[in-house]
Design a protein around this ligand. Structure first.
Ligand code: UFG
Length: 333
């Protein structure tokens, strides 16, 4: 298969930077665009062409398409924090939906025919069927999920009308870090459970808050499907290959392991790995959190022949912790 140059939007961010490495490791030419609002230039390999700017800047995007002869886009750039989206919905529609409209328009005008989009389990809202199949009703309960669902619709309509195809990968809870320590989550204002927990483990925080202990789950805390970021990055490379091989087909698929863990189970795993308990504080529920999200990943496994390499919480927590310690060492230098 011809390995077309790939533009990775948000390639200096957490998931995007892992996708850049996975693409490079598999021999794909890559370029990155990132406005560095959350991302960090240092996690992008030196030999990857880097453009600082917005995906909504059409002139810049068109210039990159031409300069790098881009044939496909992996689109990660966006805002990702569920509770923040409840407070700032218009920012989320701007960054996730309206900015993607600009990127997609530029792609269609310039003949970039494959786009793989970072979607989310939040499109399902509080689903009734667990594990969640892709055809479960899409009823987001926060602006974050709604902004991503609108983008999925825009992609589906565009793929029907124009000479392009798309993939929408609905991520569950992405966590962990590159096993070789090349990148990880930087955390300007961290909100994700495992990131916050490892920050507490290295002493950046003195405790961890547990948001909500009265959910309808066995231990009262929310259940999520934590997927290692490097397994997710591998799924992206496979999805891209499939989009190129089958230009008349689109892909919509959940990305998770199909295993649910409660907040307390995740914190227990970290305690085991540290050989000591982290201080926990029980707090009220956080706005916009559904009780249980676990993926049915049958489509991903069967369609892309995806075999995860890091599907256990011990490994996820270990890699997250190693990365956090590296950040701490670098900061001390
Ligand atoms: N949590 C805590 N304490 C914290 C942080 C989180 O108890 O300090 C809890 C949350 O309340 C929630 C669970 O841990 O119950 C997971 O929360 P995260 O913030 O880590 O992740 P979310 O489930 O809110 O959201 C993430 C992604 C979304 C995606 C969703 C799908 O950010 O993009 O997973 O499950 F849609």
């Amino acid at each position: 298969m011809q390995k077309l140059p790939v533009l990775v939007t948000g390639g200096a961010g957490y998931i995007g930077s892992h996708a850049v490495l996975a693409l490079q490791d598999a021999g794909w030419p890559v370029a990155v665009i990132d406005n560095l609002s959350n991302g960090t230039r240092e996690v992008v390999p030196q030999d990857v062409p880097f453009y600082e700017g917005s995906i909504a800047d059409r002139d810049l995007v068109k210039r990159i398409f031409a300069e790098r002869q881009i044939g496909a886009i992996m689109h990660f750039a966006g805002s990702i924090v569920v509770p923040e989206s409840v407070e700032k919905p218009l920012e989320y529609y701007q960054n996730n939906t309206i900015a993607t409209h600009a990127l997609l328009s530029a792609a269609v005008e310039n003949g970039v025919r494959h786009i793989l989009f970072s979607s989310t389990a939040a499109v399902y809202g509080a689903p009734e069927t667990i594990p969640i199949p892709e055809d479960e009703p899409k009823q987001p309960i926060n602006p974050y999920g709604a902004s991503k669902l609108m983008t999925e619709r825009m992609l589906a309509d565009s793929a029907a009308a124009y000479d392009m195809n798309y993939g929408a990968l609905r991520y569950f809870n992405v966590s962990g870090a590159d096993p070789d320590g090349r990148t990880g989550q930087i955390g300007k204002g961290s909100t994700h459970l495992i990131k916050i927990a490892v920050e507490a483990a290295v002493g950046k925080r003195n405790h961890i808050d547990v948001y909500g202990t009265d959910y309808p789950t066995p231990d009262g805390t929310c259940i999520r499907d934590y997927i290692h970021v490097s397994d997710l990055a591998d799924a992206h490379v496979r999805a891209l290959e499939r989009l190129i091989e089958r230009p008349d087909e689109n892909l919509v698929m959940n990305c998770g392991y199909g295993q649910g863990l409660s907040v307390l189970e995740v914190l227990d795993a970290l305690d085991r790995s540290l050989n000591q308990p982290l201080r926990r504080q029980m707090k009220p529920r956080r706005a916009g959190d559904p009780p249980t999200l676990v993926a049915s990943n049958q489509r991903l496994v069967e369609t892309l022949e995806w075999t995860p390499r890091f599907a256990d919480i011990e490994t996820i927590v270990k890699h997250a912790l190693e990365w956090e310690r590296k950040l701490q060492r670098d900061a001390a230098q």
